[in-house]
Structures are given as C-alpha cells and as structure tokens.
Design a protein around this ligand. Structure first.
Ligand code: PBG
Length: 326
C-alpha cells in the first residue's frame, strides 16, 4: 500500500497506547533466581566476575531467599559448593543428606514451604574433585550410565530435602528417564524434572566456574552440545520430553534465541531459558563503564528471551527485575 497508508507509529504515541499493544510480557513470576550456597564460610563471599552475586552462607541464603520470594520471583534454583576437602571423584557431597546443597534445601523448604518453587541443580561438577559433571572412567572419559546412577541418587536426595524440582544439567543420555524412574520408585512422584535439554558447550559459563570454585581442567565438549547444532538441540528436546521432562531448558540464552524459538515451537511442556553467568558479567561490566544502561539492557534481553519463546527465565537479576516491575 502506498504511503500514507498504514502508519504503525499511531500505536506508539502514548505510554498507554504502547502498553495496550505490547505483545510480550515480562512479569516477576516468569523469573527464577539462581543462588549459590557454600559450605564452611562465615560470611557471604563476593564472586569477582559477577559483581552483586555472592556465595551465600546458610544464614545469608535464608534471608536472600526470603527477600526474593517477597519480591515476587517465580522460583529459586540452588547450587551448592562443598568444602574443597569434601570433593571426591564420585561427588559424594552432593548425595550426602548432610551435604551443603541438601541442608540448604531443607532450610529453605522449612522457611518457605510451598510459597515458592524450590529447584536444585542436579549435577556432579560442583562436588567432584575433577570438576566434570559425571563419573570419569579409567580412560578419563565421562561414563554415561554410571553417571546416571549417581544422578538418581542426587535427585532422590534433593527431593527428600525439599526440592520441588530437580534439574539435571549434565547432558548425559537418558538422564531424565533414569531420574524419573528413580524418583517414582521412591514414591517421589510429585517431584518435577526440569531438563537442561539443549545445553551448549559455552564460553559464557566462565564466571560460573569461579562462582562454584570449579576444579575443571579441560572442557565439557563430550557431553555439552556444539554451539552450531540447532537440529540436534531439537532432537535433545524431543528425547527429554519422551523421557518425561516436565520443563525443558535452553542454555545459554542470548546466543541461542533461534534454538529457544525452535524448542518453544515444538515443546508440549513449558520452556525455560538460562541467562547465564557470562551474559550477566558482560552486561554488568559494560554498564559499570557507563557504556550501556543496565536496567534498559537487562529488561531488553529478558523481553527478547520471552519473545523468543522462554516461558521461564533464569537470571541473576531476577530480584532486581521483580522490583523494577512492581
Ligand atoms: C552445571 C551447570 C553449569 C551452569 C549451570 N549448571 C556449568 C557448566 O555446565 O559448566 C552454568 C550457569 C551459568 O553460567 O550461569 N552444574
């Protein structure tokens, strides 16, 4: 149609008009806050590469979790950091009911009950002395099926400690089916599984490795996906849905929005996306230099993730954003 036919700017004239025609919503309930809790520290410890994010003590975690729930976030995702001497090849501190992640889950379950959705990272890398997400065999390879056995033990321990959702993030084949069967066998049929279905071997996890004091040497490319593989990501999503995943996740977010869109188009279950540590650090650093405006860029990235199909977004800014939005 020739100009002056349609004038889209009419729908941008006032804040009320823009609000009326907004296609994508971002609400506190969509956001999940990842939190770190460390064993054997007396005070919360700053994470240098993630300004504003800390490793919590058990007590500071309880206060911060309470604040987050009051701010209206949709859920909390908990990561545990054992003492260095408690790390071993099998990640025993993760399975131990008295291990840091499990005691912290118990604390939060007691404090918060069903007022939030309590999620746990179901992975071995924080607990192993070699830093891999699984059990390493005599030849140095991550043994898929031995790892799945361990994931079942982790998931059962986390569910018994009060997690509403267990979140296998190690990208082993069959991990969702193994965990679902293992939970059901223990009568834990109400515990949901959030599957990190399409998780890429990403440089954007760099700051997280500092956050959890990872012992990893090398990389995770035998289990995490090649960043170029979108078709394979959808295959992973299909497998996890067939295996019984209740929620699937794409990770990282910003460099994988096409994968997120494709996953959202095929998934019959809710889709989560993780704005990971490196995304947080990058935006924080640019904002600290005054090169970009933090609030504008954070809201823009989260809106983009929602627009691309993320029903649920994990972000280290969850509480800040919840406050900005209310
Ligand atoms: C594995 C796990 C990782 C992250 C979440 N779960 C690290 C990895 O796969 O190396 C990364 C999260 C982030 O970077 O914010 N337990």
């Amino acid at each position: 149609m020739p100009f002056p036919g349609h004038r889209p700017r009419r729908l941008r004239t006032t804040p009320a008009m823009r609000r009326l025609v907004a296609e994508t919503s971002l609400e506190p309930r969509h956001l999940v806050l990842p939190m770190f809790v460390a064993d054997g520290i007396a005070e919360p410890r700053e994470i240098g590469s993630m300004p504003g994010v800390v490793q919590h003590t058990r007590d500071s975690l309880r206060r911060a979790a309470d604040d987050a729930v009051r701010a209206g976030v949709g859920g909390l995702m908990l990561f545990g950091i054992p003492r260095e001497d408690d790390k071993d090849p099998l990640g025993s501190a993760g399975v131990d009911p008295d291990g840091i992640l499990n005691v912290a889950l118990r604390d939060l379950a007691a404090d918060l009950g069903d007022a939030t959705v309590l999620m746990a990272d179901t992975c071995l890398d924080e607990f192993t002395d070699h830093g891999h997400c699984g059990i390493v065999d005599a030849d140095g390879r991550v043994d898929n099926d031995a790892t799945n056995h361990r994931y079942v033990e982790l998931a059962v321990a986390q569910a018994n400690a009060g997690a509403h959702v267990v979140s296998p993030s190690g990208m082993m084949d069959g991990q969702v089916a193994a965990i679902r069967n293992g939970l059901d066998a223990e009568g834990l049929t109400d515990t949901a599984v959030l599957a990190y279905a399409a998780k890429f071997a990403s440089g954007f996890y760099g700051p997280f490795r500092e956050a959890v004091a990872s012992s990893l040497q090398g990389d995770r490319r035998t289990y995490q996906q090649n960043p170029g593989n979108a078709r394979e990501a959808i295959h992973e999503v299909d497998l996890d849905v067939d295996e019984g995943a209740d929620i699937i996740m794409v990770k990282p977010a910003m460099a994988y929005l096409d994968v997120l869109r494709a996953a959202a188009d095929v998934s019959p279950v809710p889709v989560a996306a993780y704005q990971v540590s490196g995304e947080y650090s990058m935006i924080s650093a640019a904002a600290a230099h005054g090169w970009i405006d933090l609030k504008t860029v954070v809201l823009e990235t989260l809106t983009g993730i929602r627009r691309a199909g993320g029903d649920i977004v994990l972000t280290y800014w969850a509480v800040d954003v919840a406050r900005w939005l209310s």
